[in-house]
Design a protein around this ligand. Structure first.
Ligand SMILES: [Zn+2]
Length: 352
């Protein structure tokens, strides 16, 4: 099998890709929180990992690609309350919108697309295991991960615990043993969906879902864990800590992260008016124009979206389609001619 290199965020260098099991690859990519239409930052991440998925398959690997949906989350609950809708119905609707966007962008479907609401058993089991292993504690129905009990915390992001300054912007929860401790399970509040647990009714914290679902589908030891660079801290740092705290054999070979998308040279934000959903772009341009634009920059470099750039990508895609169309016309003409020649040849053969 052809060799290739992959940049590993953990070691901060390119490494020759070696799968844990010959001929097979397990890849987990963090999916969207389904409460709204996805934006072009999401498109960039999933196009990048689609290219990696396709490339690995092209090399002959059997790839198990898992991409989750966060369908239980603060943002979903808030939006559902605003709209007077059931949170799971709302998230289910936006999961489908996301799938439609991925089809438009010609991203192949992952092998599994698990949802948090369908994996509560795995999540509760993992939290219980982390508590048994002494790395988490319960307070009044909440369960927190104890960063002080896990000595390798911050090995992925390279941050220092004191950099976290959890109390700077939000009030420090005095029930936490360390302000950097993060929630594995949140006790139910009125008006929120909840599930039973040994710590009382509640719902999972954001990070634990990916640890539980990656372990469920790929075991604790797999090849590639991916997502956008903004996920390195805290999400992936916390995932790594949880998985290792739950199982000492936990190991991801390559942490792979794609770069940011800016729009008109600024961070995309709704308040600046430079925020683009995939749907807004694909209403005006061919979805492949967006894919072509996103693939025009190395996946780890920042990419800047602007009308002039998508216009250029759109023209390039139009040019390719035009040529394909022309070639197919020529091909049909060639076939007709070949048919005619054959018929003439047969007429001569039969002497008619
Ligand atoms: Zn994740």
């Amino acid at each position: 099998m052809a060799e290739f290199q992959l940049y590993n965020t953990m070691t901060k260098q390119k490494e020759i890709f070696k799968p844990k099991e010959a001929g097979k690859v397990g890849m987990y990519v963090c999916g969207v929180t389904a409460y709204d239409l996805s934006h072009i930052g999401h498109a960039r991440a999933y196009v990048a990992f689609d290219v990696l998925f396709r490339y690995l398959q092209h090399l002959g690997y059997e790839v198990k690609y898992v991409r989750n949906f966060t369908d239980v989350d603060d943002k979903i609950i808030r939006r559902a309350n605003e709209l007077g809708e059931d949170p799971l119905a709302l998230s289910s609707r936006y999961c489908q919108e996301f799938i439609d966007d991925m089809v438009d962008l010609q991203c192949l479907p992952p092998t599994h697309q698990p949802r948090v609401s369908e994996h509560m058993d795995q999540i509760r089991d993992m939290i219980a295991q982390i508590i048994r292993n002494g790395c988490a504690y319960e307070v009044e129905g909440d369960v927190y991960f104890s960063v002080d009990k896990y000595p390798n915390y911050c090995q992925l992001s390279g941050r220092k615990l004191e950099d976290n300054r959890a109390g700077e912007r939000v009030a420090v929860d005095s029930r936490k043993q360390n302000p950097a401790d993060f929630a594995l399970w949140k006790a139910a509040k009125p008006g929120e969906p909840s599930w039973d647990s040994p710590w009382g009714p509640g719902r999972p914290g954001w990070h634990i879902e990916c640890s539980a679902m990656s372990a469920h589908y790929l075991t604790y030891s797999f090849d590639i864990h991916g997502g956008g660079m903004d996920l390195i801290f805290p999400h992936h740092e916390n995932e790594l800590a949880q998985s290792c705290a739950a199982c000492s054999d936990s190991n991801v070979s390559y942490w792979v992260h794609n770069g940011f998308v800016t729009a008109n040279d600024e961070k995309m934000s709704k308040s600046l008016g430079n925020f683009f959903t995939i749907r807004e772009v694909t209403k005006l341009y061919h979805p492949l124009a967006l894919r072509h634009f996103l693939m025009g920059t190395h996946y780890r470099s920042p990419v800047n979206y602007s009308i002039s750039q998508i216009e250029i990508a759109s023209e390039a895609v139009f040019y390719v389609y035009q040529k394909v169309d022309l070639l197919s016309e020529l091909f049909v003409m060639f076939l007709k001619r070949a048919e005619l020649t054959t018929l003439r040849f047969l007429e001569v053969e039969h002497g008619t």
